[in-house]
Design a protein around this ligand. Structure first.
Ligand SMILES: [Zn+2]
Length: 370
């Protein structure tokens, strides 16, 4: 059965801020950036002393503080820097080959870094803010620019990005985009950030069965930044945890995890409409999408998708979109990867497959023991 495609029209968004909302603060920063680029100089957003104070107070492992100090000082051997100092002769990024390997490229714009930021968004619910090449290393220590807890996560992620880059650059390992995505996931999940809890979303550890009469649909998405593609996956179960149906859909041209996670929720709704389920509960592990939807925020890049979802609400007697931790969403998590490897528009299966049955069974058993 053909699925309805998005009908929402294009719209304008303020690109210097994730929410798409204009603000004086973002405009000011952008102007400062342009000004400093024109002058060819470097303007720091915080005084030197403030920067160092924030750095030593940053709630990360000590070795990461030292790492960031080296970043600020420009002491890390990025190729472009080495060429400038006449130590090397190739400035191009060793991993993507798309640009000169500056530190800004390595940590922010490189395809390899993008995969880490997608995973950071998914796991910590934190999105890399728009950074300015002239001031970014210090801006991340400026509490007026970014909350301290978020800065701790972002700088820790940059540390893992650097470690991962070195493995490819100096090690035996070949850079493989899909493998690199898995590695970034492992790194992010094992990232240790010292106590004084940062904003790791409160996780629901086990899959909870819905009330009688409610169909629960777990939704997830993944992106292949280098291939410029995304895929969503959904799994529907009933109140006893019985598997009903699964589906995955690949999407060309989408490389924003936030957008693809929202598409996953939309796809869950479309599946429910096709099956005529009156009451559904969608479970997503993307905290930002769930919060934006429930908070009625639709000016972001997900606005058109949210508006499409809103138009479907009248098909349901009951509808809820809830956040669940990665562990409780494991069944859906394995699906989008399959979506990336198919050329078909969408694949729906009523029969449970081997790779899913173990996850569904363990959810079932654990929900009995909760
Ligand atoms: Zn690169």
């Amino acid at each position: 059965m053909p699925r309805p495609r998005s009908v929402a029209a294009d719209f304008w968004t303020w690109t210097w801020d994730r929410s798409g909302t204009f603000s004086v603060k973002t405009a000011y920063r952008e102007l400062k950036q342009q000004q400093s680029e024109m002058q060819g100089g470097r303007s720091s957003s915080a005084g030197d002393e403030e920067t160092w104070k924030s750095l030593w107070k940053l709630n990360v492992q000590p070795k990461i503080r030292v790492f960031w100090w080296r970043v600020i000082k420009g002491f890390l051997p990025a190729r472009a820097e080495l060429v400038r100092r006449h130590v090397g002769d190739v400035a191009t990024c060793a991993l993507c080959g798309n640009a000169d390997e500056t530190l800004f490229h390595a940590f922010v714009t490189c395809n390899q870094a993008t995969q880490f930021w997608a995973e950071t968004l998914r796991f910590f619910g934190i999105k890399l803010p728009r950074l300015y090449q002239a001031t970014w290393t210090r801006d991340l220590l400026d509490p007026k620019f970014i909350a301290k807890e978020e800065a701790a996560v972002i700088i820790s992620v940059m540390w893992t990005i650097w470690g991962s880059r070195n493995k490819y650059t100096y090690g035996e390992t070949m850079f493989q985009p899909l493998r690199s995505m898995e590695i970034s996931q492992e790194h992010i999940r094992s990232l240790y950030i010292p106590a004084k809890q940062h904003s790791i979303p409160k996780m629901r550890k086990v899959w909870m069965n819905p009330d009688v009469g409610v169909i629960k649909i777990n939704s997830d998405a993944t992106i292949d930044a280098m291939g410029g593609r995304a895929a969503t996956g959904v799994v529907a179960r009933d109140h006893e945890g019985r598997f009903i149906v699964r589906r995955f859909c690949p999407y060309a041209v989408i490389t924003d995890l936030y957008v693809s996670e929202a598409l996953g929720c939309r796809d869950a709704m479309l599946l429910a409409i096709e099956r005529r389920w009156p009451i559904i509960e969608i479970s997503s592990d993307c905290k930002i999408v769930v919060e934006d939807w429930n908070g009625g925020r639709d000016r972001s890049s997900c606005g058109p998708i949210f508006r499409e979802m809103t138009s479907y609400l009248s098909c349901f007697q009951g509808f809820e979109l809830k956040f669940s931790g990665r562990e409780a969403n494991e069944v859906a998590h394995v699906l989008p990867k399959r979506g990336l490897s198919t050329e078909m528009q969408s694949v729906t299966m009523d029969v449970i497959s081997d790779f899913l049955s173990a996850a569904v069974h363990s959810d079932y058993v654990r929900s009995l023991n909760k």
